[in-house]
Design a protein around this ligand. Structure first.
Ligand SMILES: CC(C)(COP(=O)(O)OP(=O)(O)OC[C@H]1O[C@@H](n2cnc3c(N)ncnc32)[C@H](O)[C@@H]1OP(=O)(O)O)[C@@H](O)C(=O)NCCC(=O)NCCS
Length: 201
């Protein structure tokens, strides 16, 4: 059975209201209003918390963007990253294509400071890419990182994306590839067998 769990009868089968993707160490799932406290704690890159009302606003906005997927093809997907072992909300990841002047959806991710450096962003991002190509039908996914954000740049390298341009940011892209050749690209970039994002369960 697919990992994109179809929970709402009548809704687009490609964009169900509840999306869940399982990897070896992570559960990626649709953010809900129950996540407001976690969103408040981890929303800002500078680590400063949002107020509860700001966090509620952000979650509502995410859910509204998610609902637009069924009407206008793919628009936005933001998934909470839950660590399976600790059950903690440790960040989020997603794909954004609200800006239709951009040719392709853009990958994004954030992992809480205490969980960084363990390959978890790579595991989440790779599972999302796999799903975007396999089920959402995208032919290409892009990604951007600020020049000083070497960790984010490295994540994109490890999942097999190619650097296409460097100005104030790094610009990466990856075309749809068959799973075999993607594994080869990832191995070349140093993603060891033990770190392979595991197949989505
Ligand atoms: C970017 C981010 C998601 C990475 O999360 P993570 O779980 O630590 O990522 P991973 O462990 O999968 O991979 C990080 C890689 O970057 C490398 N890295 C980390 N800091 C680095 C630095 N300062 N210079 C060079 N490489 C660095 C790590 O060594 C690792 O590479 P390796 O496996 O080859 O050793 C995390 O740092 C984060 O949440 N940052 C804030 C949000 C953000 O910037 N998001 C990206 C914009 S969308």
């Amino acid at each position: 059975m697919s990992d994109l769990e179809r929970s709402t009868p009548g809704q687009s089968p490609v964009f169900p209201s509840l999306v869940q993707i399982r990897t070896r160490r992570l559960l990626l799932r649709t953010v809900t209003m129950d996540d407001v406290e976690d969103v408040a704690r981890s929303w800002r890159l500078d680590g400063q918390p949002l107020s509860r009302s700001e966090a509620e606003h952000q979650v509502r906005r995410m859910l509204a963007n998610h609902r637009r997927n069924a009407e206008e093809d793919f628009v936005h997907l933001c998934l909470a990253i839950i660590h399976k072992e600790t059950r903690e909300f440790i960040g989020w990841c997603g794909l954004d294509h609200r800006d239709r002047t951009k040719p392709n959806p853009v990958l994004f991710y954030l992992v809480k400071a205490g969980y960084r450096g363990r390959g978890l962003a790579t595991e989440a991002a790779q599972a999302l890419l796999d799903r975007a190509f396999a089920e959402l039908g995208h032919d290409r996914i892009d990604g951007h990182a600020e020049l000083e954000n070497l960790a984010s740049k490295r994540v994109m390298e490890k999942i097999g994306m190619s650097l296409i341009e460097q100005d104030d940011d790094y610009h990466f892209t990856i075309p749809r590839v068959d799973p075999g050749s993607l594994d080869v690209a990832r191995d070349r970039r140093g993603l060891g067998a033990g770190e392979k994002p595991g197949s989505v369960l």
